[in-house]
Design a protein around this ligand. Structure first.
Ligand code: ASP
Ligand code: MG
Length: 422
């Protein structure tokens, strides 16, 4: 058994959906669980619907949703001929579920409505694709992942109930594979024990893939993307970026931790637990080997370069020049926790604390306000955090040329520098 995950970009046009079916055909004979995201930018569009609804702009929310409906119906028209009536009915059912809510008034919290509305993106895309594959004589079964993946009701950031999900997968998902080689389901969404929909956090479909790969003891999971694989830098920041053909789970987690847009650490953990290889491959050119993320630690990794732009350095100095330790440090952590603000770097000096964070003005204001009773505060903006894993002197020199180093932190494997253009 294998798991394939297709993200929004891999299904954002008729051609790309046709390409997906080719990929599946090239893997004929394999049992594959296909995990699908919402098409293109549909999750963003649905977020706008949820916002409008919650702000009680009913007409806006209905209009925005109308566009989403039209988009999917257009795709349907071009993709599906044989069963278009049934397919239209299925889509219509999902539309109705959302519209029925949009006609109401919000009485619960935002996150709850967000999940009930935004979850439809994946339900619509996976339904379209399942019907299209049937049309193409690629036999498959569609399953609503909300009947399998159980979470608690912490909407938008729920915890997965692994035991219940495993039980469901064994009872309801595995038997489908007795009848067909392909099962199509949704990434990113789940449901509570009261049948309310939940979403697992943006880009959460990879995690869904990993959950089922672990439960089904899959031989591998492949994430199909519009890039060649995982690179050692974002080609937009660094022209000579190269493909990393092999990565260890640990390296992938480290990269994600430092801000590389690779695979979420949450996705890696279940795979690492069961030693299931994760392949990142290009759906545009399936001949490129892509990246294999496994237990094996590759030798001679090139330096890995990660830029985080729009950084702010907050300098907190004790008001009376007393040493900053113990209580003030604890208070700062409390303040950051309360603001749900994860620092990218924290550094202590004798009488000050330095905190580097993403520039989210409301949060910075909140922190500054709360900390101002204990500290004197200075804020420096427009900085870039550069992290280099497996750094070499040449790389360091090259990447810091014409830049002022505001802060630096270094271990044997990783150097982090907060830089300012000069
Ligand atoms: N559709 C969701 C998102 O765009 C989940 C995913 O793509 O993984 O965040
Ligand atoms: Mg997506």
């Amino acid at each position: 058994m294998k798991v394939f995950k297709f993200g929004g970009a891999s299904i954002n046009s008729i051609d790309r959906i046709k390409n997906l079916s080719e990929i599946l055909q090239n893997n004929k004979g394999e049992k594959i669980l296909v995990v699908i995201s919402a098409m293109g930018k549909m999750t963003n569009a649905l977020e706008k619907v949820a916002e409008a609804f919650f702000e009680e702009r009913k007409e806006d929310s209905l209009q925005l949703f109308q566009k989403i409906k039209e988009y999917h119906l257009t795709q349907l028209k071009y993709l599906i001929t044989l069963q278009w009536k049934r397919a239209t009915n299925e889509l219509q059912n999902f539309f109705t579920e959302v519209e029925w809510m949009l006609h109401d008034k919000p009485v619960r919290d935002y996150n709850y409505y967000y999940d009930q509305i935004v979850c439809s993106g994946e339900l619509l895309s996976s339904t379209l694709i399942s019907f299209y594959l049937n049309d193409e004589k690629i036999a498959n079964k569609w399953i609503d992942v909300r009947d399998l993946l159980r979470t608690n009701d912490n909407f938008r950031d729920p915890i997965v109930d692994w035991n219940f999900t495993e039980k469901n997968a064994i009872e309801k998902l595995l038997p489908l594979f007795d009848k067909t080689d392909l099962v199509i389901t949704q990434g990113f969404i789940g449901s509570t024990d009261e049948n309310e929909s939940t979403t697992l956090g943006r880009e959460g479909s990879d995690f869904t893939g990993a959950v089922f790969a672990k439960i089904l003891k899959a031989e591998s999971i492949t994430i199909w993307k519009d890039v060649e694989g995982v690179m050692n830098a974002d080609p937009k920041d660094f022209k000579e970026a190269v493909l990393l053909e092999n990565l260890s789970y640990k390296e992938a987690i480290e990269m994600a931790y430092y801000g590389a847009q690779v695979i979420h650490p949450k996705t890696i953990k279940p795979l690492q637990n069961k030693n299931i290889p994760l392949y990142v491959k290009s759906f545009l050119d399936t001949h490129i080997s892509g990246t294999a993320i496994t237990q094996k630690i590759p030798h001679n990794l090139p330096p890995i370069i990660i830029y985080k732009k729009n950084q702010v350095l907050i300098t907190l100095q004790s008001l009376d020049f007393s040493f900053v330790e113990g209580l003030p440090v604890t208070s700062l952590h409390q303040i950051l926790d309360e603001a749900k603000f994860k620092p990218n770097i924290i550094q202590n000096t004798a009488i000050s604390l330095l905190v580097c964070v993403d520039d989210i003005p409301e949060k910075i204001e909140q922190i500054a306000l709360q900390a101002s009773s204990i500290f004197d505060i200075q804020i420096q903006r427009d900085l870039t955090l550069l992290t280099i894993r497996h750094y070499t002197p040449e790389f360091l020199e090259r990447l810091t040329k014409n830049k002022e180093m505001v802060l630096q932190q270094k271990t044997k494997e990783t150097i982090q520098m907060l830089l300012k253009e000069i």
